[in-house]
Design a protein around this ligand. Structure first.
Ligand code: XUL
Length: 532
């Protein structure tokens, strides 16, 4: 298709700390990338890491208008860089999962009539009933979680319906909290979007439906039936279903871009908007995950995800609908203490230098001579524990490690947790298993070496660190091809394969198999201590 070859497809990623875009051509080659950092480029919103942590330390929000302004800045940057918007045939994107945007009554009208002479953030400044959107880092909704599980018939029952037990960051529990604490803002809202469907609404000039995959992160959707679960919606807030709107398959074309983009930036009128989804589902697409692969994303949060056909939800981890194949699912485990914690230890133990951090990993042995650590700077999701816990080879608690030992203990502890919890979800490492790494820290070979050793499997990376944006650019292309019945894997067949980064060191299995058992036992002990 010559027309497709000359075309361009955009994937936006509204993540916690920045907004990014990846553009690919019809041959799947990346032709443009840009980003806007919230803290440094939009300092007027006074965020730290893209968020505001409130004084209770549990409530975490981001200004919805900051995300809108970031889109203005990004599109202007692309224009200044000479990006030719007239070639864009389709856009899609992703957003940090679970976050919610409360649109004020009347915002639909505003979206429908965007004046192309003005910036979006000027046009939409009065469009949010809640200025500060709850985001995935929030852990202030324990009460709501407890009450939802009780109403539905327990944690496992809720997981059977929605793919997850009640989690504090999941959107339904956040909405229940807003309904209770801010009833006026709740009733002033005519639509509640996820960050992803909010972002697609900006492009459509109309409220966009929530897609099945990101919708699975709300504790509100029946993931088998792919519709809102009546019992969950009713338990969350009154008349919620109408504020949530419809759900849509993640592979659906939602419509064409609003005339705003045609007139202001020169997008073609026919440019399609494909359903936006969550950033982890977007990464699954960007990594072109195959059944049997395990993907590890090393970002603000660290996540592990797997492609599964026949899900069996448990009270640990999450099952989401698959973003590229509506008949499949994905499993996801999220670890909140990801790059912030690595950066803290780098600052404290390596003078802020990744080079020194890496050399500490190179100069310490696999297994760290039995020293093991768990570093939960903020309340962790998996396992639900907080604080820094260090154990020496005899299993005794110690207050501190030497700097180099601390660095290895952190990285090993983070990866042991990932393997232990992936295996609890039924994942098995077999001959041919690939660990696919993505996210900021995936560019550090020494960190990847530890990952490879702990999993005793080769680690692959993809060239573009922004896998969610890339995945959504692929999804945008697939959205057009899907009309011809083509599968996602066929559409992306010619994309560059992940590159082998590192292989496990000889002897890794012997070192880490017993450490996995020790880690599991120490984690159990920690959780028991927390309950006392
Ligand atoms: C996933 C999760 C995080 C966010 C980060 O459940 O909460 O990975 O999606 O953007």
């Amino acid at each position: 298709m010559a027309e497709v070859a000359d075309s361009c497809f955009l994937g936006f990623d509204f993540s916690t700390q920045q907004l990014k875009v990846v553009a690919i051509d019809g041959h799947l080659a990346v032709v443009h990338q840009s980003s806007v950092q919230f803290d440094s480029e939009l300092p007027e919103f006074r965020t730290h890491g893209g968020v505001h942590i409130h004084s209770d330390q549990l409530t975490v929000t981001s200004p919805a208008l900051m995300w809108v302004k970031a889109l203005d800045v990004l599109l202007e940057k692309m224009r200044s860089a000479g990006f030719d918007f007239s070639r864009v045939k389709a856009v899609s994107g992703s957003g940090q999962q679970h976050g919610s945007v409360f649109w004020r009554t009347g915002a639909r009208q505003t979206l429908n009539h965007l004046d192309p002479r003005k910036h979006l953030h000027v046009l939409l400044q009065d469009s949010f009933a809640l200025q500060d959107s709850p985001v995935w880092m929030d852990s202030s909704t324990s009460g709501q979680c407890q009450s939802l599980e009780e109403t539905v018939g327990g944690a496992q029952r809720l997981a059977d319906i929605t793919g997850s037990r009640a989690y504090e960051r999941f959107t339904g529990n956040q909405i229940a909290k807003i309904y209770r604490l801010k009833p006026n803002e709740f009733s002033e809202s005519e639509r509640i979007s996820l960050v992803s469907s909010f972002a697609s609404s900006l492009f459509l000039g109309e409220y966009a439906a929530i897609d099945y995959s990101d919708g699975s992160g709300m504790n509100l959707m029946d993931i088998g039936e792919k519709r809102w679960s009546q019992v969950c919606v009713n338990a969350t807030a009154p008349a919620l279903a109408e504020k949530l709107g419809d759900l849509t398959p993640s592979t659906a074309v939602l419509g064409c871009v609003s005339p705003y983009y045609t007139e202001r930036y020169g997008f073609p009128q026919s440019c399609k908007v494909l359903a936006f989804t969550g950033d982890n589902p977007g990464s699954l697409a960007g990594m072109r995950l195959r059944e049997g692969d395990l993907a590890v994303s090393l970002g603000t949060s660290d996540t592990v995800f797997l492609w599964i056909q026949d899900p069996k939800p448990t009270v640990e981890g999450h099952i989401f609908c698959n973003p590229v194949d509506c008949s499949a699912y994905m499993a996801l485990i999220c670890f909140k203490n990801g790059s912030f914690t690595r950066e803290r230890i780098r600052n404290e133990c390596a003078g802020g230098s990744w080079e020194l951090f890496s050399s500490a990993l190179r100069s310490t042995p696999m297994g760290n001579n039995g020293n093991l650590g768990m570093y939960f700077d903020v309340m962790e999701i998996t396992p639900p524990a907080v604080g820094v816990h260090r154990f020496n080879a005899e299993g005794q608690r110690v207050a501190a490690f030497d700097r180099e030992v601390e660095i290895r203990a952190l990285v090993e502890g983070q990866f042991l947790a990932k393997r232990v919890h992936a295996e609890k979800l039924g994942y098995k490492i077999i001959q041919g298993t690939r660990v696919l790494a993505t996210g900021g820290a995936s560019s550090n070979k020494d960190i990847l070496q530890v990952l490879s050793d702990v999993f005793n499997a080769p680690v692959y990376t993809i060239d573009v660190p922004n896998s969610a944006g890339l995945g959504c650019a692929y999804r945008a292309l697939h959205g057009l091809m899907a009309e011809t019945g083509q599968s996602f894997s066929e559409t992306t067949r010619s994309a560059p394969d992940p590159q082998l980064a590192v292989r496990p060191e000889p002897g890794a299995l012997e070192v880490y198999a017993p450490l996995m058992l020790r880690y599991t036992a120490l984690e159990d002990q920690l959780l028991n201590d927390c309950k006392l």
